[in-house]
Structures are given as C-alpha cells and as structure tokens.
Design a protein around this ligand. Structure first.
Ligand SMILES: Cc1ncc(COP(=O)(O)O)c(C=O)c1O
Length: 385
C-alpha cells in the first residue's frame, strides 16, 4: 500500500477517452481514431528487411549505447539533414524516446542533486511533466507565447535557479508549432547563462516545412532527442536516440548501461536502415500534408479552425466564435462524425479550449468522418454531450 502522500499514478491520459471512443465506434463504419499519434502507414521495406536480417544475430546482448551501425546512421542523418558535423560517439540509443523523456530527470538529478526543478512547455506532451514527477522533482510549466513557444521571460528567477532541465519540443505536440535556428539560439543562450541543461525533443522534425535542431546552436549543455516512431512508422519497434553535449551523452550512456536499457538488436538494425534512407520519409510527408489540407478545409466548414503551426502531424483546433471547451468539441465530433480527437486539456490546462487531431488515419477514413458530419445538422457544440 502507498504510504500517506506517496505517489499514486494518475489516470493515463488516453484512457480518459474510452467513453468517447465507444460512442464514435457505435456509428456504422466504426470509429475514425485520430486521438493517439500512432502511425498507421506501412513499415518501410528497408527497415523491415534489416530487422529480419538481424534476427539470426539476436543471440547476444545488444549494446546499450546503440550499435556502431545505429550511432553512425543517426549521426549521418543529423549531419545531412541539418548540416552538422556531429560524431557518432556523441549519440546514444534509447528504447523509444518516451522511455528517455520519462527517465532523464532522474539521472540528471543524481548527477546534480543541488537542483530539483524540471521546466516544460505549458501545453505539451504529458511525459515531460511525468518524468519530473517520477524523479521527485518539481515540474513547472512554462507559459507559451502567441507562436506556442515557451516564454522564458515568464520563468521566475527562483525556478530558473533551481532548474535542472528545460524541455523544448518543436515541432510541438499538440500545437504543430515550428522553430528555427534563431529560436534555438535564444533558448540555449538563456539556459547556458543559468546552468540549465536543455533537452530538445525533435521527433516531428521531418514534418516541419523547414527542419531545424537545437544543435545548430552548438552542443554545450544540450541534447537533441529523436525518434524513428513518427519519421519511419516504427512506433512498435521502440527505438530512438539522443545526441549532443559529449560529457552529457557519455554520462547518460554509462548510466543507462548500468540500468540495462537496451533496444533489441533487430530493432537497432531496423532503425539504422531507416535513418540511412530518406525516400520513405518523402512519401510519408506527402501523406500527412494531404490529410492536413483536406481536414483543415473540411473542419473549417464546420466552424473549427486550426490555430497551431505549420507542421503536418497534428491539427490544433478551436471553435471559431466561442470559448468552447475541448471536451465538448471532442464529444460533438465523436457523436456526429465518429471522429475521435484529444481534448486539449490532456496537454495542459492552457489548451483546454482546443482539441488535437493526429493525422494518423488514411484519407478515406477521414473522408468517411467528414461525410457523416456533412450529412448531419450544421456544426454546433451546444448540446453535444
Ligand atoms: C513529443 C513527443 N515526444 C516523444 C514521443 C514518444 O515517441 P517514441 O517513444 O515512440 O519515440 C511522442 C509520441 O507521441 C511525442 O509526441
């Protein structure tokens, strides 16, 4: 039994959608599930073949740091994508980046017990906050500005002095905000002046119109965190990587080795092959762009406006005229369109008047949802619960 005041896991965010999912699924043709950002498009052939080829070599333990092939491929992808010259030795593998996001504050705090605070964007992927909580840290949201970027001027001096880690996430989940090199220059200057490590979660970078990384501002005190889950439709494989400050990467590689964190070797082989190939990403980018264009127009006709950024994996929608509640919008879409979306408060109270749509359904499923909506009464969220 938990002691008084001990940690009690909160409900998992997406499990709060179960009732809406049943409602949406009761429509003929079933639910069109755009809630969780889990890819539905095919595993790239290069990755599939590499995993199969590596199965016969899965008798031994894989390197926790990542195989030489994976670290080379990760550095090679970053160097050709962002015009960098990072070394494969300054890259470490993780067992999917969610694992890394959740674990990072704990190991950083062991290294620097003087600091106890994790800063994260106020509307964000929930695991930034949870990683702080799991480390016994204070998790403090940073308010966002009009571009959905963290407003670092709003961080109090007291919180900055105690901050161990600042998370940034561009392109942003859930807002699809995007960032350029100038944004990262500002963030790193602010954090370096205060001795705060910055971890930049860049897992959607392939779906930004202009790709940029925090490592464009140098690697001192900085990590870029990347996943092949979205880039290469490999979310079921569980593999990603981090790269940046050589001392920090080396500390993390050594610590994580002791913790037994190892991506399986066929998975590492698949990720290495995927990172060496850009052609499948071009195909995937076109799929998301097409879905985005279709759905923005179709939902705008029903009074729902995308008011996030230009990245193509998520839509971030609010009602046109009113201060609607995200749960009401989500209930209306589930009821009338069989479309399951995520109410914005899953990502922070500051997002409570929005919903997030993950563009992870084929075009024909999105068309089905929109045809249901078009056949029904014109969109209004009142009375939709
Ligand atoms: C912002 C962000 N970071 C990290 C992840 C985790 O990705 P994975 O653990 O599959 O690498 C996700 C998944 O949705 C995400 O949205």
């Amino acid at each position: 039994m938990a002691g008084s005041g001990g940690f009690v896991p909160p409900p998992y965010p997406y499990e709060r959608l179960d009732a809406l999912k049943r409602l949406a699924d009761s429509l003929p043709g079933g639910v069109v599930d755009c809630s969780i950002g889990t890819p539905v498009d095919p595993v790239p052939e290069v990755a599939r073949q590499a995993a199969l080829d590596a199965l016969d070599r899965a008798n031994g333990y894989p390197p926790s740091a990542g195989s030489a092939a994976l670290r080379d491929a990760a550095a090679g992808w970053m160097n050709r994508t962002f015009g960098l010259t990072i070394d494969a030795g300054d890259v470490g593998a993780c067992v999917g980046t969610k694992e890394f996001v959740a674990a990072l504050p704990h190991v950083l705090r062991l290294r620097n017990p003087e600091r106890d605070t994790v800063l994260y964007p106020a509307v964000a992927y929930p695991t930034y906050e949870m990683g702080g909580v799991l480390a016994g840290c204070r998790a403090i949201p940073v308010p966002l500005d009009a571009a959905w970027h963290p407003d670092l001027d709003a961080v109090s001096d007291g919180d900055a002095e105690r901050a161990l880690l600042l998370w940034v996430n561009e392109p942003g989940n859930p807002t699809s905000s995007t960032a350029d090199d100038a944004f990262y220059a500002r963030v790193t200057a602010w954090a370096r002046a205060r001795g705060i490590t910055v971890a930049s979660d860049e897992c959607y970078v392939e779906y930004a119109p202009d790709r940029s990384t925090i490592l464009s501002s140098g690697s001192e005190g900085v990590l870029a965190v990347h996943s092949v889950s979205k880039r290469s439709n490999l979310a079921g494989m569980r593999v990603g990587f981090y790269a940046g400050d050589p001392d920090l990467v080396s500390y993390l590689v050594e610590t994580r080795k002791h913790a037994g964190l190892m991506a399986p070797s066929p998975v590492q082989a698949a990720a290495a092959a995927a990172l060496a190939d850009d052609a499948h990403v071009d195909v995937q980018r076109a799929r998301y762009a097409d879905r985005r264009a279709f759905l923005i127009d179709a939902l705008a006709a029903h009074g729902l406006v995308h008011d996030g950024g230009a990245a193509t994996f998520y839509l971030w929608l609010r009602g046109r005229d009113s201060a609607d509640d995200g749960w009401e919008i989500a209930a209306g879409l589930a009821h009338r369109a069989g479309l399951l979306v995520s109410p914005g408060d899953l990502y922070g109270v500051a997002g409570a008047d929005h919903v997030r749509v993950a563009l992870v359904q084929p075009r024909e499923r999105l068309e089905l949802a929109m045809s249901r909506l078009n056949e029904g009464a014109s969109w209004t969220t009142s009375g939709s619960r």
